[in-house]
Design a protein around this ligand. Structure first.
Ligand code: COA
Length: 259
């Protein structure tokens, strides 16, 4: 268990924060003392996310922004800074994905996912940089990717390429912005139960049991597992950790390689 003041005084901005893993991270951050801004496209989802955060006693706001629109995302980040007085943590969590064999994938389908995942992450990092470098704690950027970006992902070439791009971008920024005391890391979740991604990719496609068996632990992860990693990476506990990809996948990656 983390101490309740682990993130005390920090401000976090989380894209795709209205539900799923993003909201779980926001909720954990808020409970550990951070002020939290959640951003997303869908007003209703954001409002219900905000209600949950406030019901838990969190200091939180919700801001509508599509990560594909740089100006919109920058305005949301600036608004969070205006509200809370600074920015210490950026979580690039917003993602789009659907199962589609590559030969059937339209150029617009490809572009849409790359736009959300890779371009959206770049936009977030770029828009947040000036604020993060002024963080008194040192800035922290955390982006959610997947090891399937490294192995390739049959049926999701768009997302795999985008996630591999995010890993590369993160390692570049870890070096470029290390001198600004900004740490840049990624988290690679495995299949996490009760999420839109698992529903779309594994439940709806009838691959749920197969995917479970692919992990060394033989089960799906919990959203809390990813939030725990996101707390660690955002906190002083990871003060010397940058350019790292933290794999939280129940051993799926290793089983792919070793079994
Ligand atoms: N199979 C094949 N092509 C698909 C598709 C599917 N299941 N879903 C969308 N597309 C294509 C569309 O046909 C369109 O291409 P076209 O113009 O050539 O026909 C293109 O992708 C854009 O689709 P659109 O619905 O206009 O985009 P959007 O911006 O409204 O939605 C998505 C973005 C497609 C990523 C949508 O799935 C989404 O909003 N997802 C958010 C949540 C999510 O994916 N979570 C899981 C993260 S792991």
């Amino acid at each position: 268990m983390f101490r309740v003041d682990t993130l005390k005084g920090r401000v976090a901005f989380i894209t795709g924060g209205g539900g799923g893993i993003g909201l779980e991270i926001a909720s954990c951050y808020a409970r550990l003392g951070a002020s939290v801004a959640i951003a997303g496209r869908n007003e209703e989802r954001l409002q219900s996310g905000l209600e949950r955060l406030r019901a838990d006693g969190g200091d939180a706001i919700a801001l509508r922004a599509d990560v594909r629109n740089y100006e919109e995302l920058k305005a949301a980040i600036d608004a969070a800074v205006a509200k809370f007085g600074g920015l210490d943590i950026l979580v690039n969590n917003a993602a789009g994905n659907f199962h589609c064999p590559t030969a059937e994938l339209s150029p617009n389908g490809w572009r849409t996912v790359v736009d959300i995942d890779l371009n959206g992450t770049f936009y977030g990092c770029h828009a947040a940089y000036g604020h993060l470098r002024r963080s008194r704690f040192g800035g922290s950027i955390i982006s959610i990717i997947t090891m399937l970006g490294l192995s390739g992902w049959p049926g999701a070439a768009h997302a795999a390429a985008a996630k591999a791009g995010i890993l590369s971008l993160s390692r570049t920024l870890a070096v470029e912005w290390g001198g600004d005391n900004i740490r840049v890391n990624t988290i690679s979740p495995g299949p996490i139960g009760d999420t839109e991604g698992v529903k779309r990719l594994y439940v709806d496609t009838g691959r749920e049991d197969l995917e479970r068996r692919k992990t060394a632990l033989g089960r799906f992860g919990k959203k809390q597992d990813i939030a725990n990693a996101a707390v660690f990476l955002a906190s002083d506990l990871a003060g010397y950790v940058t350019g790292e990809n933290m794999i939280v996948d129940g051993g799926r990656w290793l089983k792919y390689v070793a079994a």
